[in-house]
Design a protein around this ligand. Structure first.
Ligand SMILES: Cc1cc2nc3c(=O)[nH]c(=O)nc-3n(C[C@H](O)[C@H](O)[C@H](O)COP(=O)(O)OP(=O)(O)OC[C@H]3O[C@@H](n4cnc5c(N)ncnc54)[C@H](O)[C@@H]3O)c2cc1C
Ligand SMILES: *[C@@H]1O[C@H](CO)[C@@H](O)[C@H](O)[C@H]1NC(C)=O
Ligand SMILES: *[C@@H]1O[C@H](CO)[C@@H](O)[C@H](O)[C@H]1NC(C)=O
Ligand SMILES: *[C@@H]1O[C@H](CO)[C@@H](O)[C@H](O)[C@H]1NC(C)=O
Length: 532
C-alpha cells in the first residue's frame, strides 16, 4: 500500500489520521499484513547493517514459512553506506575503496556471503600492520621512523621485532586471540541471538575489556609500553584515528586481529549488493526516510521522499507506507529522521520500555585519494634520497606528546597514514591519506618531492598530482571506554543496529547486528503466530 499525494502539513498525527485517500490509518482498520498473511519489514539504510538485516530476515522468514515483503530505503544513489568505491580517473576499471577497505578471515558473515555470491577476494598485505608482512611498513612520529619493516625475509623481521620489544608482540597476539575468542561466542547459541548488547558483553566478560582504555588493558596484561606506543597505537590510529589512552581495550584488540586480511575485488559493497539481491528486497535508492510514526495497532508509518528534494519542496508528494517492523540501520543522529512521539505513543501498559539512542561523538576523518607519477619523497621523512619509503606509513605520537595536547590527537606527524595502494594502469602511484584535517596543496607537493611554488601565493594547481578525490566521513565513533551500549530494541517492532559501533565499529559487526536483529524479529513473529 502506497499512499501517494500525501502532503507534508507539519503535524504528523493530524495529517496521518486523515491521509489523502480518505482512509483513517489510526484506528479501526486491520493492518494489511493481517488481511494477507504477509509481513512487511522496512529497513532504513543499505550499508552493512541494513543489507545483512534484509538478507537474514529473508532467510529466517523463509525457514519459518512466513511470507515477507522487505523494503530497503537508502538515501544515497548506491548500496554500501560507508563501504563504497570511487573510480580513479573516473575509469570504471580502476575502483578504489573510499571507506571500509578490509575484513579478516574470522569475519564469518562477510566471508560466507562473498563466497556464496561468487565474489573474488584478494588478500591485503599492507593495509594494517602485521608482523608477517612482506610489504614494507613504517611507523613515523613526525621526527623519526620508530619502526620499519623491510620488504623481505619475514623471519628476520620477526627476530628483529622480538629483539626490540621482547615478548610484547607474542603477549599481544595471545591477548588478542583470547579476547576475540570471547567475541566470537556472540555468533553462536546460547548467546545468539542477544536481545541486549550490554548483557551479552557482560556475560562474555567483554565489559571488562571495553571499560578499560587500550593503554590500561595492555598494561594490565604486562605488555611493554614501548610496543604499545610504537606498534599498537599506530594500528589504532590508522584504523580508528584514535590514540591508546582514549580508545577502549576491545577496539584496540580488533586493530591487532589482522590474520587473513582481504577485500572484495571491485569493492566490498558488492557483498551488500549481493545480500539485497538475495533478500529479494524492494530497494529504494535516492530515497530518504524523513519520519517514522507508530500507529495505534503497533505498525509503523514510514514517510520518505526523494533525497534530492529534501529541502526544496515541503509540499511535494510524500509517500507513506505501513510496516509491521522497522529496522533503523544507520547512526540515528545523522539520519534526519523524526520519530514521532515514541515516548508517548500508545498507552498499552504491555509496551516494553521505549528508548531513543543518544547522540555520540563521531570521528571526522578526511580521506584523500590521489595519483602521481612521483614516489613519496624520502627527505621529507628524514631519509636519504636513494632509500625508498615504506609503502605504508603509519604514525604515532612522540614520547613527550600527550594525546590531550591537541584535540584531534594527531600530533606532530599531522596525518594518521599514507598508503601507496598500487600502480594504476597508466603506471602512476595511487595514494590514500587519512588525516583529521584537509590535506593541502603544499603538503601534497612536499610528500611527492615537488618543489614548493613560491612565485605566487595563489593556488596554481598541483602538477605533482594528476587525479584527486576528497571525502570527509563521520567514519566511526570515538571509542571511549564504556560498559553499556544502546538498546537494539527501541520500541515494539522498532529496531536499531548502530549501537554496536560503540562496541566495535566494522563492516562485520554491523552485519552481525543486522543478523541478530533479523533473528529476533522473526522469533517474535513465530511466537505470536504460535500464540494465536
Ligand atoms: C574511511 C573509513 C575506513 C574504514 N575502514 C574499515 C575497514 O577497513 N574495515 C571495516 O570493517 N570497517 C571499516 N570502517 C568502518 C565501516 O565502514 C563501518 O563500521 C560500517 O560500514 C558501518 O555499516 P552500517 O551499515 O552500520 O552503517 P553505514 O554504512 O553508515 O550505513 C547506513 C546507511 O543508512 C543510510 N541512511 C541513513 N539515514 C537514512 C535515511 N534517513 N533514509 C535512508 N537512508 C538513510 C546511509 O545513507 C547509509 O547508506 C571504515 C570506515 C571509514 C569511513
Ligand atoms: C508484497 O509485494 C508484492 C510485490 O511487490 C505486492 O504485490 C504485495 O501487495 C505486497 N504485499 C504486502 C502485504 O504489502
Ligand atoms: C539516483 O540519483 C542519481 C543522481 O544523484 C542518478 O544518477 C541515479 O540514476 C539515481 N538512481 C536511481 C535508482 O534513482
Ligand atoms: C556461484 O558459482 C556456482 C558454481 O560455479 C554456481 O552454482 C552458483 O549458482 C553461483 N552463485 C551465484 C550467486 O552466482
Amino acid at each position: 500500500m502506497r499512499l501517494n499525494n500525501f502532503a507534508f502539513a507539519g503535524l504528523w498525527s493530524a495529517s496521518l489520521a486523515q491521509a489523502s485517500d480518505g482512509r483513517n490509518l489510526r484506528g479501526g482498520q486491520e493492518p494489511l499484513s493481517i488481511q494477507t498473511g504477509t509481513k512487511r519489514a522496512a529497513i532504513v539504510g543499505a550499508g552493512a547493517g541494513g543489507s545483512s538485516a534484509a538478507y537474514h530476515l529473508r532467510h529466517y522468514a523463509t525457514e519459518a514459512g512466513i511470507n515477507l515483503n522487505i523494503t530497503v530505503y537508502e538515501r544515497n544513489p548506491y548500496i554500501g553506506g560507508r563501504s563504497t568505491t570511487v573510480n580513479v580517473y573516473d575509469d570504471p576499471n580502476e575502483p578504489v575503496e573510499l571507506g571500509a577497505s578490509i575484513f579478516v578471515k574470522i569475519n564469518k558473515i562477510l566471508v560466507d556471503a562473498a563466497e556464496s555470491f561468487n565474489l573474488s577476494t584478494s588478500s591485503i598485505r599492507n593495509a594494517r600492520p602485521r608482523s608477517q608482512d612482506s610489504d614494507a611498513l613504517g611507523v613515523w612520529n613526525g621526527a623519526d621512523f620508530v619502526f620499519i619493516q623491510s620488504g623481505s625475509s619475514s623471519w628476520w623481521d620477526i627476530a628483529k621485532l622480538l629483539w626490540k620489544y621482547g615478548l610484547a608482540p607474542i603477549r599481544t597476539n595471545n591477548l588478542m586471540k583470547r579476547t576475540v575468542g570471547k567475541f566470537l561466542q556472540m555468533y553462536e547459541a546460547p548467546h545468539f541471538p542477544w536481545p541486549s548488547l550490554s548483557q551479552v558483553a557482560f556475560d562474555l566478560g567483554l565489559t571488562a575489556v571495553t571499560a578499560a582504555t587500550g593503554e590500561q588493558y595492555l598494561k594490565e596484561n604486562n605488555i611493554d609500553s614501548r610496543f604499545a606506543e610504537e606498534i599498537v597505537q599506530a594500528s589504532t590510529r590508522v584504523n580508528y584515528a584514535q590514540n591508546l589512552p582514549l580508545i577502549h581495550g576491545l577496539e584496540t584488540m580488533v586493530c591487532m586481529a589482522t590474520d587473513g586480511a582481504m577485500s572484495v575485488e571491485g569493492g566490498n559493497w558488492r557483498i551488500f549488493s549481493g545480500m539485497i539481491d538475495a533478500a529479494s528486497a524492494d530497494l529504494r535508492l535516492n530515497t530518504s526516510v524523513v519520519a517514522i510514526e507508530k500507529q495505534q495497532d503497533g505498525t509503523y508509518a514510514v514517510h520518505s521522499k526523494p533525497t534530492m528534494a529534501e529541502e526544496i519542496s515541503r509540499t511535494d508528494d510524500m509517500p507513506v507506507e505501513l510496516f509491521d517492523s522497522v529496522v533503523l540501520a544507520g547512526p540515528l543522529q545523522f539520519s534526519n529522521i523524526k520519530i514521532s512521539d515514541i515516548e508517548s505513543a500508545g498507552t498499552e501498559s504491555t509496551s516494553p520500555p521505549r528508548h531513543l539512542p543518544d547522540a555520540i561523538p563521531y570521528v571526522q576523518l578526511h580521506v584523500t585519494l590521489f595519483t602521481s607519477k612521483h614516489p613519496l619523497y624520502p627527505p621529507v621523512f628524514n631519509q636519504p634520497l636513494d632509500k625508498p619509503l615504506p609503502s605504508t606509513i603509519l604514525t604515532t605520537l612522540q614520547p613527550y606528546e600527550h594525546p590531550g595536547t591537541n584535540p584531534d590527537g594527531v600530533g606532530a606527524a599531522g596525518f594518521f597514514s599514507i598508503s601507496t595502494l598500487r600502480k594504476t594502469a597508466k603506471g602512476e602511484y595511487l595514494y590514500k591519506v587519512f588525516s583529521p584535517r584537509p590535506v593541502d596543496d603544499s603538503f601534497l607537493r612536499r610528500i611527492t618531492g615537488y618543489p614548493p611554488d613560491e612565485s605566487t601565493s595563489e593556488e596554481v594547481g598541483n602538477p605533482a598530482v594528476t587525479w584527486i578525490y576528497r571525502k570527509v566521513w563521520h567514519s566511526y565513533p570515538y571509542e571511549y571506554p564504556r560498559v553499556t551500549f544502546e538498546e537494539l530494541k527501541l520500541d515494539k517492532n522498532l529496531w536499531y543496529t548502530s549501537g554496536i559501533e560503540s562496541f566495535i565499529s566494522t563492516m562485520e559487526t554491523s552485519a552481525l547486528m543486522g543478523k541478530n536483529v533479523a533473528r529476533l524479529v522473526v522469533n517474535e513473529w513465530v511466537k505470536k503466530e504460535s500464540q494465536a
